[in-house]
Design a protein. Structure first.
Length: 123
């Protein structure tokens, strides 16, 4: 059984690319849940795939950064019921982080627009 292996919970790591960070995190979370028999990707519906949603949600919440936990609690607009469903939370997190581009990303886009061809971005 995977739990006896003392596998660490996946962690949401911030690299500055929120969309990619959440994609990697969701893949790691799903793998972790499969290894612990909390998730069965062979089931037909998203709701049915989560065999132990309470354990998956506990892992999900524990593995988020403080800022992501705040987003989960206050910014996703999920009902209390949907906050207990891993697939609903994951979808909302993907939409939230997929739609956002970090401030540094916006700054780099702006600087690329105004730079001269022979200038470095930081110039």
């Amino acid at each position: 059984m995977a739990a006896s292996l003392n596998l660490p919970c996946p962690l949401l790591k911030s690299t500055g690319d929120d969309k990619r960070d959440i994609e990697v995190y969701v893949e790691d979370l799903a793998d972790y849940c499969v290894m612990n028999n909390w998730y069965d990707p062979s089931k037909s519906t998203e709701d049915a795939k989560w065999i132990k949603p309470d354990k998956a949600m506990a892992c999900l919440r524990a593995s988020l950064t403080k800022s992501a936990r705040t987003v989960l609690k206050y910014s996703l607009g999920l009902t209390e019921e949907n906050q207990t469903k891993p697939h609903c939370v994951i979808q909302a997190l993907k939409e939230y982080y997929g739609a956002s581009i970090g401030v540094s990303g916006e700054r780099q886009k702006f600087l690329r627009l105004i730079q001269q061809d022979d200038e470095a971005i930081g110039a």
